[in-house]
Write a protein that binds this ligand. Structure first.
Ligand code: SF4
Ligand code: SF4
Length: 162
């Protein structure tokens, strides 16, 4: 989804977003209910409910980094089953007051190097922002509270009539 602005080879050398600790376990990607069984079978793992969706059942020990169970030597093992959260990362839909906004996580060094204008143009192209907001309508648990300092790339009112 993001190949135009994020090179796979850069991700292959990074993998920062596939590891979690206690403080960021809220970022574990959501697996939508309709894919739960397929993901469980593909990986031989158990998913547990979170809100209306599912997440990997991971245990944490403070700030010790724990890799996502889907991470293999050659990257994510889920290919077409990769969770929506991961396919749009480092973009996020956040709740900011009455609005939903699209932000970009500063955790991703590669995307953070790009000018905001480039990111803004990217999300407006080919219905990317609309896809994010529509998916958020169907799966509201992907919407996380806005975090201070996260650059806002798009605002909901630009794309919906809600
Ligand atoms: S943090 Fe960014 S560069 Fe690193 S693996 Fe994730 S998306 Fe790729
Ligand atoms: S599902 Fe795949 S892309 Fe997403 S965090 Fe796990 S290994 Fe990374």
């Amino acid at each position: 989804m993001l190949r135009e602005i994020l090179k796979p080879e850069n991700c292959a050398e990074c993998r920062v977003c596939c590891g979690f600790d206690e403080s960021d376990k809220w970022e574990i990607p959501l697996v939508f209910g309709e894919f739960r069984e397929k993901v469980e079978n593909a990986l031989g793992v158990r998913l547990v409910p979170r809100g209306g969706e599912f997440v990997f059942d991971m245990e944490f020990d403070g700030d010790k980094l724990v890799c996502c169970p889907a991470l293999g030597e050659n990257g994510c093992k889920l290919s077409e089953l990769k969770p929506f959260d991961c396919r749009i990362w480092p973009f996020r839909v956040n709740r900011l007051g009455d609005l939903r906004v699209i932000t970009v996580s500063p955790v991703c060094g590669e995307i953070s190097k790009l000018p905001i204008k480039t990111l803004s143009e990217f999300v407006q192209k080919d219905g990317f922002a609309e896809t994010l907001f529509k998916t958020a309508d169907a799966h509201p648990d992907i919407v996380k509270p806005y975090l201070d300092g996260y650059p806002i790339i798009a605002v909901e009112k630009d794309y919906t009539t809600r």
